[in-house]
Design a protein around this ligand. Structure first.
Ligand code: HEC
Ligand code: HEC
Length: 352
């Protein structure tokens, strides 16, 4: 019965996405009208669970990722300096880059991040790469954009453990830095200008030219046959109903554990497991998280909000089981992995 329920959207998702890929492969604009919306019945079919609280699952296909080009370079480079500046932390030991290493996937490769004085956080650090393009920031989406996000870690007592007064007075003691800062922001060092520069840098951290982007733009040789098979399976199995759009994710919130119980995998009693409920206080948002972008996912192990899953193969297996009620063979997992690996793009060299 379950399989039958899931079969209906499977066919239409695949058909729709293929149509769009054909259009894209013909080098037409990315916004060529491929976007559509599922009706209520389809949404129900895809998530396989009846709940009026579930948002519609939009069946938006994957489009190539295009970088932003209109950012003032001086701001971006000042933002890079600040992102790497340990003076943003209380005891001058941590910068944003300590937990978001831009040359290695934009995360820290640890289950929980190592904050000030060796404190370990309970949530996995997501990548900052392409984060400007997602629907909201943090696993629970509590910051609506990067401007709202940036002050968070600076003030968080288990991350950077500082505050604006401290940071601004430290930076103001560095004469050369003040001059450099003023050449970009004549008003000098303020909380707003620090955030603005960091965000400009983050806007520039868009990873382009992944093999999959090249394929979408018409290069038929950009993908291996395994990656292409994996892409087809990703669509036909229904992963794309959640991981979709240019980020292959990042554009909505969904419950972990659609087809299996959350606590078969995570500690449901932990506050960190609440997800979006922490923001909305709605019971229906319990265990609901921002769907991560799968761009560069090869570089961002370990996986899931608790960072408790070390390998990408294992993450794919868990997703198939918990979100789709599917059990993939090793070969199928290897193909999906090959597709996901093809989503690894390039960060501009000067920005690393
Ligand atoms: C001690 C490690 C640590 C430091 C230092 C740190 N972060 Fe993070 N960052 C995290 C963790 C952990 C999360 C996820 C927290 C959550 O979702 O509640 C996160 C989330 C983010 C996100 C949201 C990404 C997404 O997809 O939701 C952005 C953007 C970000 N950090 C940027 C920064 C910036 C800018 C700085 C410096 C001002 C910084 N971080 C400093 C660990 C860190
Ligand atoms: C119903 C929506 C939904 C479906 C369908 C779905 N996912 Fe996910 N995916 C999520 C959510 C939500 C998370 C974050 C869960 C968490 O961390 O607790 C996630 C996380 C992941 C991650 C970990 C990413 C990271 O950075 O930690 C991978 C990999 C992944 N999904 C791959 C897949 C694959 C492959 C499929 C198809 C077999 C799939 N997903 C189907 C919603 C979905």
């Amino acid at each position: 019965m379950l399989l039958r329920i899931l079969t209906i959207p499977v066919i239409s998702t695949a058909t729709l996405s293929l149509v769009c890929v054909v259009v894209l492969a013909g080098r037409h604009q990315a916004d060529s009208g491929c976007v559509t919306t599922l009706d209520a019945q389809d949404a129900l079919d895809v998530v396989g669970k009846r709940s009026s609280e579930q948002p519609m699952l939009r069946r938006e296909p994957i489009t190539p990722l295009v970088g932003k080009h209109d950012l003032p370079r001086s701001k971006v480079m000042l933002g890079k300096l600040l992102f790497n500046d340990v003076r943003l932390s209380g005891n001058n030991t941590l910068s944003c880059a300590s937990c978001h290493n831009v040359s290695e996937g934009g995360d820290d490769g640890r289950p929980g991040s190592l904050g000030i004085d060796g404190q370990i956080g309970g949530l996995n650090a997501p990548t900052v790469l392409n984060s400007s393009l997602s629907i909201a920031q943090f696993w629970d989406g509590r910051a609506k954009d990067l401007y709202e996000q940036a002050p968070g870690p600076i003030h968080n007592p288990i991350e950077m453990g500082s505050n604006w007064d401290e940071v601004i007075s430290k930076l103001n003691r560095d004469h050369d830095f003040v001059q450099e800062f003023r050449s970009v922001y004549p008003g000098g060092i303020t909380a707003d200008s620090i955030v603005d520069a960091i965000v400009a840098y983050e806007f520039a951290l868009v990873t382009v030219d992944s093999p999959f982007d090249l394929y979408l733009k018409g290069d038929d040789d950009a993908l291996s046959s395994d990656a292409l098979d994996g892409y087809r399976l990703f669509k036909s199995a229904g992963c794309i109903s959640c991981h979709q759009g240019q980020l292959v994710g990042g554009n909505m919130f969904q419950t972990f554990g659609v087809m299996k119980d959350f606590d078969d995998r995570f500690d449901a009693s932990s506050e960190l497991s609440n997800g979006r409920l922490n923001v909305t206080q709605r019971e229906s948002d319990l265990h609901r998280f921002k769907i991560p972008s799968l761009r560069n996912v090869q570089l961002t192990a370990p996986y899931f909000h608790d960072g408790g899953t070390a390998s990408l193969e294992e993450a794919i297996r868990i997703m198939a089981e918990f979100q789709l009620g599917e059990s993939f063979s090793d070969k199928e997992i290897a193909r999906i992995r090959a597709f996901l690996v093809s989503l690894t793009g390039q960060v501009e060299e000067d920005l690393r």
